[in-house]
Design a protein around this ligand. Structure first.
Ligand SMILES: [Zn+2]
Length: 118
C-alpha cells in the first residue's frame, strides 16, 4: 500500500479511536455516578438492565479500540492492509468499511465459521 493510502487510513483510524475513547469514558462515568441512587427493586432492575446495556456496549467499544491500536501499529510497520492469515491484500472496500480489519473477507468468513486457527 502506498504512503498516501496509509496516511488516509491512519487518519480514519485516529478519528474513530478518538470518538470511541470519548464514548468509553462517558459510559464508565455514567455507570459510577448512578450507583448510589438505587431505591427499590423495580428501579434496580431498570438500573441493572441499563448498566448491562451500557457496559456491554462499552466492552464492545473497548474491543474495537484494541483492534484500532493494532491497526495503527501495522501502519507503522507497513504490514497494514495485508491479511494476517493468507497474506493477500485485504479488499479496499473492506478496509473502507472496517479500517481496522486484520483479515481479508474470505478469511473473516472462515473465522466466523470457526474454521480459522487464531
Ligand atoms: Zn485472508
Amino acid at each position: 500500500m502506498d504512503a498516501k493510502r496509509l496516511e488516509y487510513f491512519k487518519e480514519k483510524l485516529k478519528q474513530k479511536q478518538q470518538a470511541l475513547t470519548y464514548m468509553v469514558h462517558r459510559t464508565e462515568g455514567y455507570g459510577r455516578e448512578k450507583e448510589p441512587d438505587i431505591q427499590d427493586v423495580a428501579d434496580m432492575a431498570v438500573e441493572s438492565y441499563t448498566k448491562e446495556f451500557l457496559f456491554g456496549k462499552s466492552s464492545g467499544d473497548r474491543h474495537v479500540l484494541q483492534m484500532i491500536q493494532e491497526a495503527l501499529a501495522r501502519i507503522e510497520d507497513k504490514s497494514y492492509g495485508i491479511c494476517s492469515n493468507c497474506q493477500n491484500p485485504i479488499q479496499p472496500k473492506r478496509l473502507e468499511a472496517v479500517p481496522w480489519a486484520r483479515l481479508c473477507i474470505e478469511c473473516q468468513g472462515l473465522k466466523e465459521k470457526g474454521l480459522l486457527d487464531q
